[in-house]
Write a protein that binds this ligand. Structure first.
Ligand code: NAP
Length: 336
């Protein structure tokens, strides 16, 4: 069975996901495109999806009888309206993070999906599909003993001047927020943010680096260093300290060099290269579930929890190191 897919938002990641579906993965075909920038949709049609129809609006694309399932890869502020329209149409929907830009918006999506009565939404938290994180989760389940501490780091070589302090949470930490609660099978209860002195390469509207400390319901303490102008590379680190041992996220594959009297491994510099295989696996998972009229993987509930946690972390950025509580209602049975 081939699922007929419409893509709303044909910028960087929309184009890349369209390429995956038409050129790499099995079971899907791009039949529809929409973007406020029509030239962008036309370019994707020309380069990747010659049979696709271009729709003037995302809503028209979702309503089309020729579209079975939808990818929402437009700007974050537009995700909620399209995901709600896809749920109303009963169509499976893959939504890039964030599910919505407010916790209230994410909650509206959860409520709409619960009222519909079947999962239709997968959120683009691709790290859950990364082979390294999958292996780390298995090690935590079967070898480290109960987790006590997590030390993590998310480092980017550089960000533009437009990247300001709260973006370290909404755009960067958001991936750790999702993957660490999945890794530990736990939920957060509070967030703190601590700052060392600003790094010399930081900008006027950016505190960099910063350390976010999350506490979980099971009493695990997590520290995440976010350092977005670290200069040396794109580097994702994660170490879980358990009762019986310690497990670390494996490094991405790299050639080891003996050169100039040094033993060296290159470090990636572009985030797109770090999780390239995980993007393939997450979208294949989406296609598989969509063929059965449903969705799996990271859910609307996970998107909602990420939004609530992000809001608490942003509040914690201005709370002088005091913890900000993270509270949420009970998880609906649809997501158990
Ligand atoms: P991008 O290159 O700016 O592409 C977004 C596209 O959506 C642009 O062509 C934009 O047009 C278009 N657009 C804006 N509003 C729209 C609307 N109402 N309806 C239809 N199209 C609209 O951004 P991107 O980097 O691809 O990011 C897109 C989303 O993916 C963001 O939410 C981002 O956080 C997420 N993302 C996730 C990952 C990940 O690792 N999972 C990685 C990258 C991005 P104009 O430019 O003309 O406004």
């Amino acid at each position: 069975m081939t699922i007929k897919i419409g893509v709303i938002g044909t910028g960087a990641i929309g184009r890349d996901h369209a390429r995956r579906i038409n050129q790499v993965l099995a079971g899907g075909k791009i039949v529809a495109l929409s973007d406020v920038n029509r030239a962008s949709a036309e370019a994707v049609k020309a380069d990747i999806a010659p049979d696709a129809v271009i729709y003037a609006t995302g809503e028209e694309l979702i309503a089309s009888k020729d579209v079975d399932a939808v990818l929402v890869t437009s700007w974050g502020t537009t995700h909620e309206q399209y995901v709600l329209a896809a749920i109303a149409a009963g169509k499976p929907c893959f939504c890039e993070k964030p599910l919505a830009t407010t916790a209230d918006g994410a909650r509206r999506i959860v409520d709409a999906e619960v009222a519909f009565g079947r999962r239709l939404v997968q959120v683009g938290f691709m790290r859950r599909y990364d082979a390294g994180y999958v292996a780390l989760k298995e090690a935590v389940r079967s070898r480290t003993g109960a987790p006590i501490l997590v030390h993590a780091a998310h480092r980017n070589p550089a960000v533009p001047e437009a990247y300001i302090t709260p973006m370290a949470i909404h755009d960067t930490l958001i991936h750790e927020i999702d993957v660490l609660r999945w890794l530990l099978d736990d939920d957060y209860v509070s967030a703190r943010v601590l700052y060392p002195r600003n790094a010399a390469r930081s900008h006027s509207k950016l505190r960099d680096p910063q350390v976010v400390v999350l506490e979980t319901k099971k009493g695990v303490l997590i520290d995440v260093e976010i350092f977005v102008n670290c200069h040396y590379g794109y580097d994702i680190q994660c170490e879980v300290v358990g009762e019986d041992g310690i497990a670390r996220l494996p490094e991405p594959m790299a050639i080891q060099m003996r050169l100039g009297a040094k033993l060296q491994n290159d470090i990636l510099t572009d985030w797109k290269d770090r999780f390239v295989a995980a993007y393939d696996v997450e979208l294949q998972d989406f296609l598989k579930a969509a063929a059965m009229g449903t969705a799996s993987g990271p859910s609307s509930w996970d998107g909602y929890v990420a939004a609530i946690t992000s809001d608490a972390c942003v509040a914690a950025q201005d709370s002088n190191g005091s913890p900000v509580p993270i509270t949420m209602s009970d998880r609906p049975a649809l997501y158990s």
